[in-house]
Design a binder for this molecule. Structure first.
Ligand SMILES: Cc1ncc(COP(=O)(O)O)c(C=O)c1O
Length: 391
């Protein structure tokens, strides 16, 4: 007798991060001998700065290899308090901070600790694909709030209002945004915050790109309104601004009642973040910032090159990137769907990108390029597309 595997309804509906599927596909093409230019993943091509690596190596050499407190080591939390004071104007208490394995896990931890099954979470559309997947994995319901190119894809309160229901418990903000690079103004964030306060909705503010703003806009966090005491939970990480994708390091700051539950959940499934990784985080926050600033300058240069190049190709267009590490390209004039266009780019041009519909229904008609590839790759991709795209 053969047993049929009975997986759960939640497992059946998992999507994961579709960008990784494209990476696998492009690597398969490479194994077949095809040259691929990689623009699919938001993965900085710089190595992690040397002083950050050394902090981890020294910690290992000094025997800092035991379990650490589940909420994070004291020195790291102290560094987080100092940086938050400088960047967001308030000093969180130690019990408002949780150090996590990557920023992604904060999405899951927050939803699991705040929502009951069938309650709703408002998410930007297009937006980061982990949001709907994590929400569904927790038995809650993602509700897409559309954003529009004509508004630079900035989330507007009027669109949030249309999607609120008595079941809405949480709103996810992501400024600067993946995949659109949109940066929300302080004025709009304040309006959205006041609305959430009236409706008793929590806000998960995904700030992983906070250090990567390129326009004249200024970063504003809703945490500067309630100091993470009432309804704002900050999600932050080291992957992008510090070129630390493989280290898996994140920081959550929120109301102490929620953080204490998220800490229990984290301790249940991973115990703690390795202490030597946290030592690297302390070095990233407290030591030399010049290398971080240089990387940012280079990203801006690359984003501008990609933006100018794409707008010089007939049939393609994109807005001026305001922040994050992506340009979101309008392909509607090509008459292709997003997935077909991404397929054409990889098969005919050797360029790997991410189809816009992977980021939500309003991403259809767009594709995303990560701007963190070398100038040489950007120039090559632009000239190949100029030659091959005929609209
Ligand atoms: C908007 C957004 N939030 C969170 C994350 C997760 O970052 P981490 O690598 O720290 O898990 C990403 C990664 O691409 C992202 O784009």
């Amino acid at each position: 007798m053969t047993n049929t595997l009975e997986i759960s309804e939640i497992a059946k509906n998992l999507v994961g991060q579709p960008m990784f599927e494209i990476l696998e596909l492009s690597q398969e093409y490479e194994r077949q001998g095809k040259k691929i230019l990689h623009f699919e993943l938001g993965e900085p091509d710089f190595p992690t700065p040397q002083h950050i690596c050394e902090a981890a190596v020294n910690a290992i050499s000094n025997g800092d290899t035991n379990y650490a407190p589940s909420s994070g080591i004291h020195d790291f939390k102290k560094a987080v308090i100092d940086v938050t004071k400088k960047s967001r104007g308030f000093s969180p208490q130690l019990n408002q901070i949780l150090i996590t394995p990557g920023a992604n896990s904060i999405i899951f931890l927050t939803i699991k600790c705040l929502l009951n099954p069938s309650e709703e979470v408002l998410i930007p559309d297009p937006g980061f694909p982990t949001y709907p997947d994590a929400i569904r994995a927790c038995g809650a319901i993602p509700v897409y709030v559309p954003t529009y190119e004509k508004n630079n894809f900035e989330l507007q309160l009027s669109d949030v209002e249309k999607k609120v229901s008595p079941k809405t418990k949480l709103l996810i903000l992501n400024s600067p945004s993946n995949p659109t690079g949109a940066v929300l103004s302080e004025k709009e964030i304040r309006k959205i915050y006041e609305f959430c306060e009236r409706k008793n909705i929590y806000i998960l503010s995904d700030e992983v790109y906070a250090r990567l703003i390129f326009s004249s806009k200024v970063f504003f966090s809703p945490s500067s309104i309630d100091f993470c005491k009432e309804r704002v939970i900050i999600l932050n990480g080291f992957s992008k601004a510090f070129a630390m994708t493989g280290w898996r390091l994140g920081v959550a700051i929120g109301p102490k009642e929620i953080i204490s539950k998220m800490t229990l959940l984290l301790s249940t499934f991973v115990s703690c973040v390795p202490p030597f990784i946290q030592r690297a985080g302390v070095a990233a926050l407290c030591e030399d910032q010049s290398v971080i600033k240089n990387m940012k300058r280079e990203y801006l240069h690359r984003a501008q090159k990609l933006h100018d190049g794409i707008n010089s190709i007939k049939g393609l267009s994109c807005n001026q990137p305001q922040g994050a590490i992506y340009v979101f390209v309008n392909i509607k004039k090509t008459q292709y769907t997003s997935e077909d266009f991404a397929k054409f780019l990889i098969e005919e041009c050797g360029i790997a990108t991410t189809p816009g519909n992977f980021f939500g229904p309003h991403g259809e008609g767009y594709i995303r390029f990560a701007t963190v590839r070398s100038l040489d790759d950007i120039n090559k991709a632009i000239s190949i597309m100029k030659e091959k795209i005929n609209v």
